[in-house]
Design a protein around this ligand. Structure first.
Ligand SMILES: [Zn+2]
Length: 484
């Protein structure tokens, strides 16, 4: 790890800031407090969260090397400080502007938007026009402010920033995404066509309609013992660092998430059970994060423990989530019928979700290169959705994707990383690696370096199969059952 004096001087305050943020977030998520306001915590550290921190790292020539995590942290906080007031304004405007709904009643835009998301058959032209005129400019303004901060910090544009600081390599991802959309088109259409006419569903509706039913129950009660068995067979442990919080209770933020309160000593995995397989895959995903953090070397500096490349961090979640695509593990964990159906269900769902993320990536990259007015941006997004998904987007989806900081790139890279690591373990240890303590040893050894490497650096260094969405597509195809 770097011993550059500038990095050394930033580590102590940043370690304190990140611990403070993580503690506050955990208290909020677990229902112990009702608010989580990172901006207030950032504001208490004006000597860290200022443009000068970034310019000093650039002047020292380490902004894209050892200083990269610090540049990302500071710029992210500055962007949030600039854009949060606009998001409050957007919420206000959505309440103030009204439209006439199908039954002739006046409703505010927020409400109209929510009902339009539920009912894709209702005409939406009027809502879109109002939204694009009255509210979309505020979204674009927030994107402009993000761009202004990033260019003031010395990056050419948002793509340059994403490549050099977030390490996305968007040109490569764009090519991969196009190829993935081509290669998986026929498979995807075989899922969509029997269920919906082109343009008559949203992605969420298609996922819902494509859901498989299983011969045996697949839920938290059946999957939790399987998870404990897997961790045990790998020679790994939850205790004493990882705590599972699996009860739904008032005040606890719903969903599944991992809270690295202290890395590596205090990690919480939270799931609020809602029933069925929908609780299981996220549980395995979050436990992948938890194990990675819990086995991170305690002596690493803060930037090696918790400020890493999101593609790598998310990728470790994919490694364990992908148990649901692993034939050997599925077959020894479930009856044959359920194992096959579960692998198929997982692959089908991931195929839809990955295609949707590819579309989001193509749109976001294109919009960053060719900015345009709201109506033009909307029509480009609608076209991509129609071409590749045969689906209708939600009313403001294009704006959320546009201002979403290339989250799609993180998702796509995490699937690439998880698939590559699975391939490496199958090659090194054998196809049944999930039951093998040697795989556990390999994982422990590679988790120890925490987030020292980016996903691509790690894959190169560990000689894992190259990251590619084609490998993701192949892995999914291996679990799909084709109707004949
Ligand atoms: Zn995750």
């Amino acid at each position: 790890m770097s011993t550059h004096p500038l990095i050394e001087s930033l580590r102590p305050p940043v370690a304190t800031i990140l611990d403070t943020l993580a503690t506050a977030e955990a208290r909020y998520c677990l229902g112990e407090t009702t608010t989580f306001e990172p901006a207030k915590i950032h504001a208490a550290w004006p000597e860290v969260f200022r443009p000068e921190t970034v310019s000093a790292l650039r002047a020292a020539g380490i902004a894209e090397g050892a200083g990269r995590p610090f540049v990302a942290l500071v710029l992210q906080a500055l962007i949030e400080a600039e854009t949060t007031p606009l998001h409050a304004l957007i919420a206000e405007r959505e309440k103030a502007v009204t439209v006439t709904d199908a039954s002739g009643a006046r409703v505010d835009l927020a409400r109209a938007r929510r009902s339009a998301a539920r009912d894709v058959t209702a005409p939406q032209q009027h809502l879109h026009e109002r939204y694009d005129r009255e509210v979309a400019p505020l979204w674009l303004e927030s994107q402009q402010r993000r761009l202004a901060l990033v260019t003031a910090a010395g990056y050419r544009d948002l793509i340059d920033y994403a490549d050099r600081v977030q390490r996305h390599d968007l040109d490569r991802l764009e090519r991969e995404a196009r190829e993935f959309l081509d290669v998986t088109r026929a498979q995807y259409e075989s899922i969509r066509r029997p269920r919906f006419a082109a343009g008559s569903c949203t992605v969420a509706q298609l996922i819902g309609a494509a859901r498989t039913t299983f011969a045996d129950p697949v839920d938290l009660a059946t999957c939790l013992p399987l998870l404990h068995a897997l961790v045990g067979e790998l020679g790994l442990e939850f205790d004493p660092r990882i705590r599972l919080d699996l009860e739904a209770r008032p005040g606890k933020v719903p969903g599944a998430y991992c809270l690295p309160v202290r890395v590596p000593d205090d990690i919480v995995v939270a799931v609020s059970a809602s029933g069925g397989v929908g609780d299981c895959r996220p549980l395995f995903h979050e436990v992948g994060h938890a194990l990675h953090f819990a086995y991170t070397g305690p002596d690493l500096p803060v930037d090696g423990r918790r400020m890493g490349d999101e593609g790598l961090v998310e990728g470790w979640g994919v490694v364990t989530e992908n148990m649901f695509l692993h034939h050997g593990w599925l077959n020894r964990s479930f009856s044959r019928r359920t194992a096959t159906a579960l692998g198929h269900d997982t692959a089908q769902r991931l195929l839809i979700v990955t295609r949707a993320q590819c579309v989001r990536l193509l749109f976001a990259v294109d919009a960053a290169r060719r900015p345009a007015a709201p109506t033009e941006l909307r029509s480009r997004y609608d076209q991509l959705m129609a071409d590749h998904l045969g689906a209708r987007p939600g009313p403001i989806e294009y704006l959320e994707v546009l201002c979403g900081d290339f989250v799609s790139a993180t998702r796509l890279r995490s699937w690439e990383f998880g698939t590559s690591i699975g391939g490496l373990l199958a090659h090194e240890i054998g196809p049944d690696w999930p039951g093998d303590p040697r795989a556990g040893r390999w994982l422990r050894e590679h988790w120890r370096v925490g987030v020292t490497h980016t996903a691509t650096e790690a894959i190169d260094r560990w000689a894992a199969p190259p990251v590619s969405l084609a490998a993701v597509a192949e892995n999914l195809a291996g679990s799909m059952v084709h109707a004949c």
